[in-house]
Design a protein around this ligand. Structure first.
Ligand SMILES: Cc1cc2nc3c(=O)[nH]c(=O)nc-3n(C[C@H](O)[C@H](O)[C@H](O)COP(=O)(O)OP(=O)(O)OC[C@H]3O[C@@H](n4cnc5c(N)ncnc54)[C@H](O)[C@@H]3O)c2cc1C
Ligand SMILES: NC(=O)c1ccc[n+]([C@@H]2O[C@H](COP(=O)([O-])OP(=O)(O)OC[C@H]3O[C@@H](n4cnc5c(N)ncnc54)[C@H](OP(=O)(O)O)[C@@H]3O)[C@@H](O)[C@H]2O)c1
Length: 395
């Protein structure tokens, strides 16, 4: 029987793996990490490349190494401290990637990721709490403990998208999840409508402009400029202490949503967008929403709620992702076998992020009722790793 199976090999899983191995080096043989890519951080790397992101949005202590100062020391030793930007030391993407690679080497986990995905979870009846797992290659494994760290969730598709009458070319309407700027052909002279007001919308807008497109950025509220997704008080005890003493789960959920308050764009990118606006390559439509989109004669005819009409060659949805137990097949299976309290589809986990009554732990955004609004970020990965490793080692 495997002691611990970690599903997903993103930065959150790497945080846990390193912390566990630091506490218990002998656990190496008892650990099994699975991810269809067979590599660490493949989704992370891809998302940074696809949107051509030059710099992270999180401060330098947020990374997968157990020592929060490790990234700063790595940069100093290589005389690359200038790649940690501003008062919070936001890491340049290249520096962060190379650092993560060095973490993988330091903890000797490069070959530990098995290239399969988890497809089925079966909870064994009785007190043992062990788990039977079905993998995509058809094999079955038995595990004492499982950690699900599978990341983002499902793309948000606005209601008007569901009402579009097909057919239209695939590249004419895409969610950001499917967009790779480097692979976009023929943007020169095209009009691209980008829907959304988060940081992804800003990166896509700049990427399209650089390729000669005329861009319209449409968001349903006003564009908001913020350094981080949340106030920095949520990345430490300032707000988290009160949040974690709140006994009402529904109020906690409201606090998480209010703290993130939808999408926002960093001050530096806001300034860059304003410059593009002044130069005429970007048009912004705030407090504006699409009511209907019709593909006709090789173009989108778009009618907005406010009565405005637009023509566009492509629509890119930078509308983010949503998380919920009912949206994830693995969690749906788990909930069928072991029902737990849900608050609007978010699970109420125990304080070690365990699905109550089982030996399954969750990392990522679905741990937000315990970890707060940064649960899905690198910060959340560190917090989750701390709680889960403590439980695993104690057991
Ligand atoms: C463009 C972009 C930029 C971001 N920048 C930042 C930032 O600067 N700072 C920050 O803190 N946060 C940032 N975020 C949030 C960010 O997504 C997270 O910090 C980070 O990727 C979360 O890591 P993760 O390990 O939870 O998920 P992921 O990196 O998505 O990894 C999840 C892994 O699970 C695997 N998986 C999925 N299903 C299965 C299965 N059934 N079986 C096996 N494996 C499976 C996937 O293949 C994937 O490799 C950004 C998000 C986006 C979209
Ligand atoms: N490191 C980086 O440089 C970088 C780059 C990209 C992203 N990120 C991070 O990745 C995470 C996700 O960012 P994201 O921009 O993809 O998503 P996001 O922050 O969730 O923003 C999604 C945007 O889509 C809008 N939206 C959602 N549903 C909509 C609908 N039905 N109709 C119209 N608009 C709708 C939202 O509007 P409301 O605001 O009104 O809710 C919001 O502005 C964030 O944590 C972000 O910081 C980091």
């Amino acid at each position: 029987m495997t002691e611990l199976v970690i599903v997903g090999a993103g930065p959150q899983a790497l945080s846990l793996c390193c912390l566990l191995l630091q506490k218990r080096p002998r656990w190496r043989r008892r650990l099994r990490i699975i991810d269809p890519s067979g590599r660490w951080l493949s989704c992370w790397q891809r998302q940074m490349e696809r949107f051509e992101i030059p710099c992270l949005r999180s401060p330098s202590p947020h990374h997968p190494h157990p020592n929060p100062n490790a990234l700063r020391s790595y940069a100093q030793e290589r005389r690359r401290s200038r790649e940690l930007e501003g008062p919070y030391g936001l890491p340049r993407t290249g520096l962060f990637s190379e650092f993560c690679q060095s973490v993988v080497e330091e903890f000797q986990v490069a070959h530990q990721v098995q290239a399969v995905s988890l497809e089925g979870i079966h909870l064994e009846a009785g007190r043992s709490g062990s788990l039977h797992l079905t993998l995509s290659d058809g094999s079955l494994i038995q595990a004492r403990r499982l950690v699900i760290a599978t990341g983002a969730g499902e793309p948000v598709l606005p209601n008007w998208v569901q009402r579009i009458v097909r057919p239209y070319p695939k590249e004419a309407l895409q969610h950001s999840r499917m967009i790779d700027l480097a692979a976009c052909r023929g943007l020169q002279g095209q009009h691209v409508l980008i829907v959304g007001g988060g940081l992804t919308s800003a990166h896509l807008a700049l990427g399209a402009i650089q390729r000669g497109a005329r861009v319209s950025l449409m968001c349903r509220r006003e564009l908001r400029s913020k350094l981080f997704d949340t106030d920095p008080g949520w990345l430490g005890p300032k707000y988290l202490k009160t949040f974690r003493s709140e006994p009402c789960w529904r109020r906690r959920r409201q606090q998480v949503l209010a703290a993130r308050d939808g999408g926002s764009i960093t001050p530096w990118l806001t300034m860059t967008l304003q410059r593009e606006h002044r130069q005429g390559s970007l048009q912004t439509y705030e407090n504006c929403q699409v009511r209907q989109a019709l593909w006709s004669a090789g173009q989108w005819r778009i009618l907005c709620e406010e009565g405005r009409n637009l023509l566009a060659d492509r629509i890119w949805l930078a509308t983010g992702h949503k998380l919920g137990v009912s949206l994830q097949p693995l969690l749906r299976q788990l909930h069928k076998q072991q029902q737990i309290e849900l608050v609007d589809d978010w699970p109420v986990l125990s304080d070690d992020l365990r699905w109550p009554g089982t030996n399954v732990h969750l990392m990522g955004g679905l741990a937000a009722l315990r970890l707060g609004p940064a649960a899905r970020n690198l910060f959340g990965g560190r917090e989750a790793a701390r709680l889960i490793s403590r439980a695993a080692v104690k057991a």
